[in-house]
Structure formats: structure tokens, C-alpha cells
Design a protein around this ligand. Structure first.
Ligand SMILES: NC(=O)c1ccc[n+]([C@@H]2O[C@H](COP(=O)([O-])OP(=O)(O)OC[C@H]3O[C@@H](n4cnc5c(N)ncnc54)[C@H](OP(=O)(O)O)[C@@H]3O)[C@@H](O)[C@H]2O)c1
Length: 283
């Protein structure tokens, strides 16, 4: 049995969907099972934080492997990992971040958060695999409100470059590591998409997927408003804009880890836009 935290999120949902399709026993933890809407074959269980010790132990019963999202443990990650180990979990695959490959970003809040997470996992006595993805392709869902409202997308740092990685590829790597723990114990896997693309090129790819011609207008950062980033907490926004600025005309590291681990090339952003075209259409 594999237990997946963050199971309704971008990566977690793709992961439990892949595992269920392969008929691997999987238990999805979510704070609200009534809203999870996960595929048949997935055991959906209410996420119990370590402040509820009996329920925490029960959610790991019969499990040997765990997929860990940073939000699940929060301040109680050490206790969560101890409960998992006590229940029989031996291997944890961690959703971390490629920012940890960059020591010069050590003060960035995302670096700080995941450094702590990885250290807690190293200290847990469990075998581990760290997944360190770069920018998710799903970040492009930030353009949904503007794309639904019209054909002009106003955006800062339109020439910022990333190598966006498809959530299904992160999930595919996680699934391999969870199913073959011995081969992947102690591995640090930095994951990117196959090519570098600018924000403007991503918006144009979304337009092609929708059969629409979108116009991209560069705006100065002071014209950015929090509603343009519905998935980012306002206090994270300055750090995010700073990283966008630093990525203008940059050459992001590209890794071939997705293909090496899964045997299939990483999906392009063009593919992601096709897979998610419905998300951009008016609901
Ligand atoms: N976006 C990027 O470009 C990027 C790049 C590298 C690394 N990362 C890292 O990847 C992770 C985000 O992954 P994701 O996009 O798959 O996640 P997500 O979609 O943002 O969220 C995953 C799930 O976590 C659960 N959750 C949220 N808050 C929680 C809490 N306080 N306690 C328990 N569960 C909680 C929610 O599920 P329920 O509501 O069902 O409980 C949510 O659906 C972060 O660690 C991020 O730093 C992101």
C-alpha cells in the first residue's frame, strides 16, 4: 500500500490516478474526502495530522511507502514521519524543489521550507527519495482568469525563461520511485521539462491549444495585483516577482531525469497546454 499526501493537488492527483490505473493499492489522504473527486480504485481517507495520534497511525496502517507533500506535516513533520515509520512505512518520496540545487538562493522562503523538510526526512530513519522539480507547467493556470476574460494577457517579465515540467511527469517519476524503493533510495532527482520557454511563448501555446490568437502585453511589476496570482499568497508575491525578474533571458538548467527514470521523454509545454485546454475555457 502506498499512502499519498497532498493527493488532491497538482502532483498528488496525477500520482494517485497513475497508481490506480496500474492497479497499485493506493490510499489518498485529503482534509475533505467528500470533495476529493478521485478515480475509482483509490482509497480516499481523511488526512489526520499528528495532533490526532490514533487517526494518524490508522492512516498509515498496512502501508510500506509514502509520498510526502510539504503541507501535510507542516510544523509536525517529524511526528508524522515517526507515525508512518511506526506503522510500517519504510520509504518516503518527497516533493521538494529544484531551488535546493542553488545554494545562492538559500534565503528564499521556498528554499528554507524545503531544506527543513528534506532534513526532517533525512533524520526520520526512513529510506528516502527527493524529487526536486523546477517550475510546474500548472503555474500557467495563473492566466486562466485573463484568458477567460479576453484575448489580451497583461503580464510582467514576459521574457522570463523556465523549463516547465508537466505534473504527470513528476507523478510518473514518483510512481517509479515508490514502486522500486531499493533502486531509488538516497536519490536526489532534479526534474525539468524538456525545453526552455518564455512566459510569452507559454501564453501563445495556450492560445494555440484553444485555437485563439492571444496578445501578450508586458506590464511593469508595480502594476501587478495579487488577483493576477490567485494561487500565491500575497506575502510570497515579492519573492516570486523577484525570481521572474532574475529569469529574464536566463538559460535554466535542463535535466533528462524524467526520461532516465521513466523511460519516456518529458512532456513539452505544448502538450501540457493541450492537456489543460478545458481549464482555460469559460466554465
Ligand atoms: N509550483 C511550482 O512551480 C513548484 C516548483 C517546485 C516545487 N514545488 C513544490 O511542490 C509543492 C506543491 O505541489 P502541488 O502543486 O501538487 O500542491 P497543491 O496542488 O498546491 O496542493 C496539494 C494539496 O495539499 C493539501 N493541503 C494544502 N494545505 C494543507 C494543509 N495545511 N494540511 C494538509 N494538507 C494540505 C490540499 O489537499 P486537500 O485540500 O485535499 O487536503 C492540496 O490539494 C510545494 O511543496 C511547492 O513548493 C512547486
Amino acid at each position: 500500500m502506498i499512502v499519498v499526501t497532498g493527493a488532491t493537488g497538482n502532483v498528488g492527483r496525477a500520482l494517485v490516478t497513475q497508481l490506480a490505473a496500474d492497479r497499485v493499492p493506493v490510499r489518498a489522504l485529503t482534509r475533505d474526502p467528500t470533495r476529493a473527486d478521485l478515480p475509482a480504485g483509490v482509497e480516499v481517507v481523511r488526512f489526520a495530522p499528528p495532533t490526532e495520534p490514533a487517526a494518524t497511525a490508522a492512516q498509515f496502517e498496512g502501508a510500506t511507502a509514502l509520498f510526502l507533500h510539504v503541507a501535510a506535516g507542516g510544523e509536525h513533520t517529524a511526528e508524522l514521519l515517526a507515525a508512518a515509520r511506526e506503522a510500517g512505512v519504510r520509504h518516503v518520496v518527497v516533493l521538494s524543489s529544484i531551488i535546493l540545487d542553488h545554494d545562492d538562493a538559500a534565503a528564499h522562503p521556498i528554499h528554507v521550507m524545503h531544506t527543513r523538510l528534506e532534513q526532517q526526512v533525512r533524520d526520520s530513519g526512513l529510506d528516502w527519495t527527493f524529487l526536486r522539480p523546477g517550475a510546474f507547467s500548472t503555474n500557467s493556470l495563473q492566466w486562466v482568469p485573463q484568458v477567460r476574460a479576453g484575448d489580451t494577457i497583461r503580464w510582467p517579465f514576459t521574457q522570463s525563461v523556465t523549463a516547465p515540467v508537466h505534473e504527470a511527469d513528476i507523478a510518473a517519476v514518483a510512481a517509479v520511485a515508490l514502486r522500486a524503493p531499493k533502486e531509488h533510495a538516497g536519490a536526489v532527482l532534479s526534474l525539468t521539462g524538456p525545453t526552455a520557454v518564455t512566459a510569452e511563448e507559454q501564453i501563445q501555446a495556450v492560445g494555440r491549444a484553444l485555437g485563439r490568437d492571444l496578445t501578450v502585453v508586458e506590464i511593469p511589476p508595480h502594476e501587478v495585483t495579487p488577483d493576477m496570482f490567485p494561487h500565491i499568497s500575497p506575502e510570497m508575491l515579492p519573492a516570486l516577482l523577484e525570481s521572474f525578474g532574475a529569469a529574464v533571458d536566463s538559460e535554466p538548467d535542463l535535466t533528462t531525469t524524467v526520461e532516465e527514470v521513466t523511460g519516456r521523454p518529458a512532456r513539452t509545454f505544448e502538450q501540457w497546454a493541450k492537456d489543460h485546454a478545458e481549464d482555460f475555457r469559460t466554465g
